[in-house]
Design a protein around this ligand. Structure first.
Ligand SMILES: C[S@@+](CC[C@H](N)C(=O)[O-])C[C@H]1O[C@@H](n2cnc3c(N)ncnc32)[C@H](O)[C@@H]1O
Length: 231
């Protein structure tokens, strides 16, 4: 391809926090995507999402970024029927699994987007519209040359601060010691958040134990939570 044919390509591809390398979906997951995504899924069009319309009611919205198989998200949504939970995940088999669980449990306060959460946050979520955002066990990208792929970075946190309502919460958790230190540095440098615990939270707060957490614990990892409030 000549250089001029390439002119509309972005010069630098954005650095993503994920790599799509998905295996085959189970039949059940594929069926769930086909039949249940129309009910629980959102396909954002141009512009900001109308969250009240998407949920069919006005209620505080908590965003779960990268919910994995959705176990913790489904549990929190069941515990908090007064909240709306928006889950965003790129991993289609995880989305399929969560859809099956929501359907089996008759949950109605969860909506799902299968897309890059950073892009959705940037383009489709209105400023000041979130009551909370949870990022549980984001991909740790342990190799130094991959650290730039880590989700928690100053520009990401500035975007999150803008999307949260005043008094909204931000809950981060990781089982990688150096990512935990990095998270603490990044949040401490941002003046838009209060950290009532000064450093890491003394426990996991309302966060249920997640599958990735159990896997980390079985390998001898520690767990660090940061629970902050938007000023
Ligand atoms: C290590 S898993 C943790 C899953 C879940 N939060 C838990 O604690 O069990 C990280 C998840 O984040 C998802 N992810 C990474 N970057 C993402 C992005 N930009 N948008 C949506 N999902 C993302 C991955 O597909 C993966 O499922």
């Amino acid at each position: 391809m000549t250089e001029s044919a390439n002119i509309n390509e972005p010069r630098h591809r954005p650095i993503r926090s994920f790599v799509r390398r998905e295996g085959r979906l189970t039949e059940g997951q594929q069926r769930a995507l086909d039949t249940l995504y129309p009910r629980y899924g959102i396909e954002p069009a141009e512009g900001l999402l109308d969250l009240a319309a998407a949920f069919g009611r006005q209620a505080p919205v908590v965003l779960d970024v990268g919910f994995g198989d959705g176990e913790a998200l489904a549990e929190l949504a069941a515990r908090h029927p007064e909240r709306n939970y928006l889950g965003i995940e790129v991993y289609r088999s995880g989305v399929g699994r969560l859809l099956r669980q929501l359907d089996a449990e008759g949950t109605d306060n969860v909506r799902v987007i299968c897309a890059d959460a950073v892009e959705v946050l940037r383009r489709h979520i209105a400023p000041g519209s979130l009551a909370g955002l949870q990022l549980f066990f984001p991909d740790p990208w342990p190799k130094k040359r991959h650290h730039k792929r880590r989700m928690v970075q100053p520009p990401w946190l500035a975007l999150v601060a803008e999307r949260l309502a005043s008094g909204g919460f931000l809950h981060l958790a990781t089982d990688w010691a150096d990512y935990a230190e990095h998270m603490l540095e990044v949040v401490s440098a941002n003046p838009d958040f209060d950290n009532p615990h000064a450093g890491f939270a003394p426990d996991r707060g309302e966060r249920p134990e997640t599958r990735f957490e159990r896997r980390g614990l079985s390998k001898g990892h520690g767990v660090w939570d940061l629970i902050l409030t938007r000023r």
